[in-house]
Design a protein around this ligand. Structure first.
Ligand SMILES: Cc1cc2nc3c(=O)[nH]c(=O)nc-3n(C[C@H](O)[C@H](O)[C@H](O)COP(=O)(O)O)c2cc1C
Length: 190
């Protein structure tokens, strides 16, 4: 039996990313986001949703660029902090002891210490309600060599991303279950 619990956000889990921007004075800033994901394969694009009152919102509108950085679990405190303090009155890179690296293709700072960083160019902005949905085309994806596999893909256990249960808790990645496009084959009809 299922119970209707109302108009709740029922997607579990979400990723946790930290988005980098430059403000109008060129100060690098960070914002932690759970409303984020891949939204297109070609052109490779990500979507992030940000409340209009956030300091980062203005920066994205002004610079039309942002970076999306994937933190490892060891940066839990830094990630949580970037989701509480505001760039309006804090230097989050400095306070969290993180290193800002200027993007080569997008006008946005990346986080050196995080294993994956993407440079993005703003392509769409959609007003949804409380949040504006930004779509960014990925111009470059930087992956820490230590987490790269010979296949060119990152090793998920080495990346060790955070997993988020909306509104409540952070988890770590669970165990490997299977390769994709395999387990369902037994249910395919000839
Ligand atoms: C785990 C987590 C997820 C969050 N996800 C979002 C989100 O998806 N969108 C959003 O607008 N704010 C989100 N926030 C809140 C912002 O990160 C927070 O308000 C931040 O202080 C804004 O920084 P800024 O004012 O420097 O832009 C989240 C916070 C946390 C801790």
């Amino acid at each position: 039996m299922k119970k209707n619990v109302g108009r709740k956000l029922g997607i579990y889990p979400t990723p946790v990313v930290v988005v980098g921007t430059y403000d109008k004075d060129g100060k690098p800033n960070l914002i932690t986001l759970a409303w984020a994901g891949i939204c297109c394969s070609e052109p490779p694009s990500v979507q992030i949703s940000i409340r209009r009152e956030r300091y980062s919102h203005k920066a994205i509108m002004e610079r039309r660029a942002f970076s999306v950085n994937v933190p490892s679990v060891k940066y839990l405190a830094e990630t949580d902090y970037a989701g509480m303090a505001s760039g309006q009155n804090a230097d989050k890179f400095k306070a969290a002891n993180l290193t800002s690296v200027r993007g080569e293709l997008a006008d946005a700072p990346m986080v050196l210490e995080f294993p994956i960083s993407m440079e993005c160019r703003l392509t769409h902005c959609v007003e949804v309600g409380s949040h504006d949905l930004f779509v960014g085309e990925i111009l470059a994806c930087w992956i820490e060599e230590e987490v790269l596999q010979p296949s060119g893909r990152p090793d998920p256990q080495k990346v060790a991303p955070l997993v988020f249960i909306p509104g409540s808790e952070y988890f770590a990645l669970g165990e490997l279950l299977s390769s994709a496009y395999g387990p369902g084959k037994k249910l395919m009809r000839e």
